[in-house]
Design a protein around this ligand. Structure first.
Ligand code: VGL
Ligand code: ZN
Length: 207
């Protein structure tokens, strides 16, 4: 990133650029959320090359990189076998729970594990985790968000971040959703915008 030049075409309102008070959130890029996984999101793996670019770029800028993972114990309440809505996925220590092998995280990436309580569903990366505390320690006031799934973890994490007073930029070319009911992702995007999240693409950043 060089100096802040406003690229004429679509600078309706200025897209905030990452700085040392920003964090990049890489949400749940795990095998089970990618094609071939038990809860494979169509195109879930297709965002990985761009996510890797964002990670490299943000890391070079001194931005903190935080990777979240859905990290269920066996028998978690979100599984169908327990009466929940989902197939067994992202079980602690399993292949499906591992980050996708194509994902390249930066040295020093902070890992946040979520939904580890067998009796509680938690889509937001803030729910029952030290994420807020970590961000406050780092002095981060702005989050750039990538990952899976737009209509679950990304949505809930973004809405919580807004409630907690963080500025949020959703990197819309690096998120993918489940869309179990078609329209879920669009609805989630509307809700995130209504909550004050800004949407940006790679070309809006001075990469
Ligand atoms: C998620 C479905 C089931 C998510 C987690 O984090 O987006 N989605 N468990
Ligand atoms: Zn889950």
């Amino acid at each position: 990133m060089k100096s802040a030049k406003t690229s004429g075409a679509k600078a309706k309102h200025k897209i905030p650029q990452p700085d040392s008070k920003s964090a990049l959130l890489v949400t749940d890029i795990q095998n089970d959320f990618c094609p071939g996984g038990s809860l494979g999101v169509p195109g879930g793996d297709a965002i990985i090359p761009l996510v890797n670019e964002y990670v490299r770029f943000f890391h070079r800028q001194g931005v903190h990189v935080i990777a979240t993972r859905d990290w269920h114990p066996p028998g978690h309440c979100s599984f169908k076998e327990q009466g929940g809505p989902w197939p067994v996925h992202c079980v602690q220590g399993s292949w499906g729970g591992q980050f996708h092998p194509n994902l390249v995280l930066s040295p020093g990436t902070i890992i946040i594990s979520k939904a580890t309580d067998p009796k509680r569903e938690a889509y937001s990366a803030f729910e029952g985790t030290p994420l807020e505390e970590r961000l406050r320690e780092l002095g981060a006031d702005m989050l750039f968000v990538t990952g899976i799934a737009t209509d679950y973890c990304v949505r809930n994490t973004v809405l919580d971040a807004r409630k907690l007073g963080f500025r949020v930029v959703v990197l819309e070319d690096a998120i993918r959703g489940i869309d179990a009911t078609p329209g879920d992702c669009d609805k989630a995007i509307r809700e995130m915008r209504a909550a004050g999240a800004i949407f940006a693409k790679a070309r809006d950043l001075h990469l």
